[in-house]
Design a protein around this ligand. Structure first.
Ligand SMILES: Cc1cc2nc3c(=O)[nH]c(=O)nc-3n(C[C@H](O)[C@H](O)[C@H](O)COP(=O)(O)O)c2cc1C
Length: 376
């Protein structure tokens, strides 16, 4: 079953209360333009770089900001840099997660290039690693080289099927065999009930604190796209779609104002829904790096997207729960607790934490067209 809304703020619990108001709405009011980038033309572009990048823009990335700028150079190279206006200063004050979202982009580009027997050579941060925040310097310089020895990646086939799935997960955990396949040596997984119980206490507390902190909540609220028309017009951000959203939006019940107001029913329903979602963790996985350099953040992104592709191939749902890993002061206790709980030594950094399991499938998230990322 494919659900018709992205379960972001108006969680599953809350939406039940609104179902009768929504009953009359037609399911067909789903985004169209914003999901066109997922419908790849079967005739690939002649320029192998554009083929790689049309896959890369489908990468998971924080709050779906899609901050990737692509400058084509000569016939075979490209400079990748960050659209600095698309960072998330409240929840990601050091741009760590944004950089992870460049790692996911680069890995999908590499996999897609390999499919055409093209090797994508990367020089990461060729002008140095920007700290403590990103700046206009490039994140990567890429060169695409024809190479018959390059190995095709079986994960290529999962690129179009991959989703972030924010539904409530069924209680049955993935099997040990599925977890082992997901792990593939570069991520950690657990389905240990005792550990998951302690982890859920942290993830639920962290999402509650984030939503109850005005400035971090507003960063999310500003990026909500409510209903098909907004989603199609924006092509980015966090889409709330489906019959219930359309109906409650037209009644004025679901709006940025109501979702931002802690005294409103929409906010309370949203918070309750999020708590249920972050409490629904049949299994978890995390990715840590020995340090926290920009190169390690990129590497974490590459590992993360590979894990999501493996999950898609295995038919597993996956959903990052990043709040407790974030660096703003209200998260400091959760950040320390989650590192202690998952046994990451002090200098190790947990870069990604996600839940995995079985859930109804979801529709693709919006994307901006590839051309909008190309800069002169
Ligand atoms: C570094 C990083 C952190 C993320 N953290 C969260 C999170 O805490 N909660 C969430 O719902 N999605 C999170 N996501 C998923 C993105 O919101 C998602 O990739 C984006 O909306 C696009 O949707 P898609 O993955 O279905 O294409 C994260 C993604 C990345 C790369």
């Amino acid at each position: 079953m494919v659900t018709n809304r992205r379960n972001f703020i108006l969680g599953a619990g809350g939406s039940l209360a609104l179902v009768s108001a929504a009953g009359f709405w037609h399911v067909t009011r789903m985004p169209k333009k914003a999901i066109e980038p997922w419908q790849l033309d079967p005739d690939p572009p002649a320029d192998a770089r554009m083929d790689a990048f049309r896959h890369a823009i489908l990468a998971p990335n924080p709050h779906n900001r899609q901050p990737w700028l692509i400058q084509l150079e000569g016939n075979d190279s490209a400079i990748i840099s960050c659209d600095l206006d698309k960072r998330l200063p409240e929840t990601d004050p050091f741009d760590r997660q944004i950089v992870i979202g460049f790692g996911t982009f680069l890995e999908l580009a590499r996999i897609a290039a390999a499919e055409r027997e093209i090797r994508m050579d990367m020089t990461l941060f060729p002008e140095g690693e920007p700290q403590p925040r990103l700046d206009t310097r490039p994140v990567a310089r890429l060169t695409f080289v024809a190479d018959k020895t390059v190995r095709r990646d079986p994960l290529y086939k999962a690129i179009l099927a991959r989703r972030t799935n924010r539904e409530i997960y069924s209680q049955s955990a993935p099997t040990a065999r599925q977890l082992a396949a997901l792990q593939a040596g570069d991520v950690n997984t657990t389905s240990d009930p005792a550990l998951l119980g302690r982890l859920r206490a942290i993830t639920v507390a962290a999402i509650s604190d984030e939503m109850n902190t005005r400035r971090t909540m507003m960063e999310t609220v500003r990026l909500l796209r409510i209903g098909r028309d907004e989603v199609d017009a924006a092509g980015d951000g966090l889409a709330l779609t489906g019959p219930m959203i359309e109906a409650t939006r037209s009644l004025g019940l679901t709006s940025r104002e109501t979702l931002a107001d802690p005294t409103s029913a929409a906010f309370k329903i949203g918070l309750d829904g999020q708590r249920k979602i972050y409490d629904s963790v049949p299994a978890a996985f995390w990715i840590s790096t020995p340090g926290n350099t920009r190169a390690e953040q990129l590497e974490a992104g590459r590992r993360y997207v590979r894990a999501t592709l493996r999950a898609a191939a295995l038919g597993l749902a996956i959903h990052p729960m990043s709040q407790s890993l974030q660096e703003y002061p209200e998260m400091a206790n959760h950040l320390a607790e989650v590192h202690t709980l998952l046994g990451a030594s002090l200098d190790h950094r947990i870069q990604m934490l996600a839940r995995i399991g079985h859930a109804p499938s979801v529709t693709p998230a919006p994307r901006l067209p590839l051309q909008s990322h190309i800069v002169a």
